[in-house]
Design a protein around this ligand. Sequence first.
Ligand code: GLV
Length: 327
Amino acid sequence: MDRARVFVSRRIFQKALNMLDTGVEVDLWEDELPPSRDVLLKRVEGIDGLICLLTDKIDAELMDAAGPSLRVISQIAVGFDNIDVMEATKRGIPVGNTPDVLTQTTADATWAILMAAARRIVESSIAVRDGKWKTWHPLHYLGRDVYGSTLGIIGMGRIGLEVARRAAGFDMDVLYTDVVRRQDIEQEYKMRYVDMDTLLKESDFVSIHTVLSKSTHHLIDKEALSKMKKSAILVNAARGAIVDHQALYDALKTGVISAAGLDVTEPEPIPYNDPLLTLDNCVIVPHIASASVKTRAEMSRITVQNLINGLKGEKLLACVNPEVYDE
Ligand code: GLV
């Protein structure tokens, strides 16, 4: 039998790639930066399996370029808004992702970003490096208390839930909103289901953990921001396009809200000259919420296992379109 051909669009943990046996021919994109569209379309020609990242656009054109041999798409991420899943399903191609293993790490990072924004950690740390720490001053670098405040979570999925769990340690009131109410666990997590307006109005911290879709694109726009408290802090560790960045810039600049912490931006990377980068009250990190050694190793392992299963025609460990197995 011919060897299965696989394109891997970026380096992942080598230990995971070593799981592939000699029956698989790996074409690994070694550059740090993603392949250009043209190169990607060329490199996928005739492949049986694809390992991709959220920075790769996986659409009908790419699946056409790969051709009918393509039988598994395995993404190293939990989110998959870069993939046209409907198109993959139409072609009977299972799409794998890496849920669960990154939940705790991403929830930890959300808290790191929230606290950094609340207590002006980045801004004050930069000031120290710049030689601007002249004295202890009663009025310098005043932030917002986390302890005892109200946390509003948009999107009560796996990550939202773990963010909520951590809030108990800060004795916070937790509000949440989602399309589905999680009444079964509200008591355990001491959280209250509210509508979006109430969440925006009552929360001291608003943290976004929903998927990016047509209905969540720019969900946090000028109007939503205007409903938040002046003292409130917005945290986004989901997808950049859920927030209208122009509206966020205006809100941060004019004091409509107090600060923001972003793990994700629109676009990514955020251009070096983006006005948001001029604001002291906006903490931005480069989409690193799942970036711990252990979690990225696990994500690599699951990604490769999904690929192996797909190549063998077996069910993926985590599949976003299980309906491909229906008939
Ligand atoms: C990262 O953003 C992911 O979706 O895993």
